[in-house]
Design a protein around this ligand. Structure first.
Ligand code: 5AD
Length: 366
């Protein structure tokens, strides 16, 4: 293990088996050594500044019925909402005032002309009002033409998780409405449209194995991802995907460790990308989950900047924290907790992934 870790830290390419070995580490000292190595690689390649993205959950209306997700079309037990452009703009303004440097517009997956037009106009208005603010979209699978429209409107980045690079597992959790090859094509189209591209997976899905997760990381590398967002899979009470056995604290703790291991190994393999310490991680350990994510190699946090009013209807999974916390108190807590682990927040910068900047500069130098 020590040898594998040393080679990974030095930037050597690991075999799938070696990658899976690191991902499956369980014992305390071994895991600590993994996180420390990943942290050193993070310091070397991206530093210890945390970039923030103000998260705007603009709508829970969704045309898809993915098995794991709380806002799936088939869930009749939530109130559906969609923010107006002015409400989206107000949230972006808050992010800008707080010095967050960038925003993420995230919502249910819809391809109808109205929804596409709403995003396009919202992006255009944000860009016009706050030209320095980075804009990320997380609006699911769309056609190349739609991606191009949103890019032209001023969006810089796009998050589209592959959820799992195991075709069998992907098909099991997306039995209708989504096709593995189309997801791959969408990720390619995002690049063609000129976005900084982010992807990621859920960790600890029923039936997922360490070799599956090792293949996920190889996939991130192969598509040259700029950003990674990953978190533990969490059961959702209104969603049909469940484990065979009931959820226990022990299972949750194991999934949390697996998620930290994935962040660390992803940092060791991908080096200079942005990696989010996600809300799902915080959900499993509200007191320090996100901070442990940063210490295992992540460098991005996405604090919510939306109104509290709609939080209850945007529960992709159970136990989502900050249901009653307004953007201001979230910000104060975050500032304190980041300082508490000896890192600092990079305010008022878009936080463009180093990996993307390097690729662009290589290209223009050719
Ligand atoms: N547990 C963990 N993550 C989830 N997501 C959706 N539902 C769940 C769940 N039950 C994640 C997906 C999606 C992102 C927006 O939220 O990975 O890409």
């Amino acid at each position: 293990m020590t040898d594998i870790l040393a080679r990974a830290e030095a930037g050597e390419r690991l075999s799938p088996e070696e990658t899976a070995t690191l991902i499956s580490l369980e014992d305390g000292p071994a895991c600590r050594a993994l996180y420390e190595a990943a942290y050193r690689v993070k310091l070397r390649h991206v530093g210890n500044a945390v970039y923030l993205r103000g998260l705007i959950e603009y709508s829970n209306i969704c045309a898809k019925n993915y098995l794991y997700c709380g806002i799936r079309r088939g869930n009749g037990r939530i109130r559906r909402f969609e923010l107006t452009i002015d409400e989206i703009l107000a949230a972006a303004q808050l992010a800008s005032e707080y010095g967050y440097g960038s925003v993420v517009l995230q919502g249910g997956e819809r391809g109808d002309a109205r929804a596409v037009g709403l995003i396009e106009r919202a992006v255009g208005r944000i860009k016009a009002a706050f030209p320095a603010l980075g804009i990320t979209l997380s609006c699911g699978e769309q056609s190349l033409a739609v991606y191009e429209r949103w890019r032209r409107a001023g969006a810089d980045r796009y998050l589209l998780r592959i959820e799992s690079f195991s075709r069998a597992l992907f098909e099991r959790i997306h039995p209708a409405d989504s096709v593995f090859d189309e997801r791959l094509k969408a990720l390619k189209d995002l690049r063609t449209a000129g976005f900084q591209v982010g992807t990621g997976v859920m960790i600890g899905l029923p039936g997922q194995t360490p070799p599956d997760l090792a293949a996920d990381i190889a996939f991130f590398r192969d598509i040259d991802a700029d950003m990674i967002g990953m978190g533990p899979w969490l059961p959702q009470h209104d969603a049909p995907l469940h484990d065979d056995t009931p959820e226990t604290p022990d299972k949750a703790a194991r999934r949390f460790r697996l998620a930290l291991n994935m962040i660390a190994v992803t940092r060791l393999v991908l080096r200079d990308v942005n990696i989010a310490s996600t809300t799902a991680l915080q959900t499993l350990r509200p007191a320090d989950g996100r901070e442990l994510g940063l210490l295992a190699g992540a460098n991005v946090i996405m604090p919510n900047v939306g109104e509290v009013e709609h939080r209850g209807d945007y529960q992709l999974y159970d136990g989502k924290p900050d249901l009653d916390e307004n953007a201001r108190s979230i910000r104060i807590a975050l500032e304190r907790s980041v300082a508490g682990i000896g890192e600092h927040i990079a305010y008022n910068v878009p936080g463009t992934p180093r990996h993307y900047l390097e690729r662009i500069s290589r290209r223009s130098g050719e």
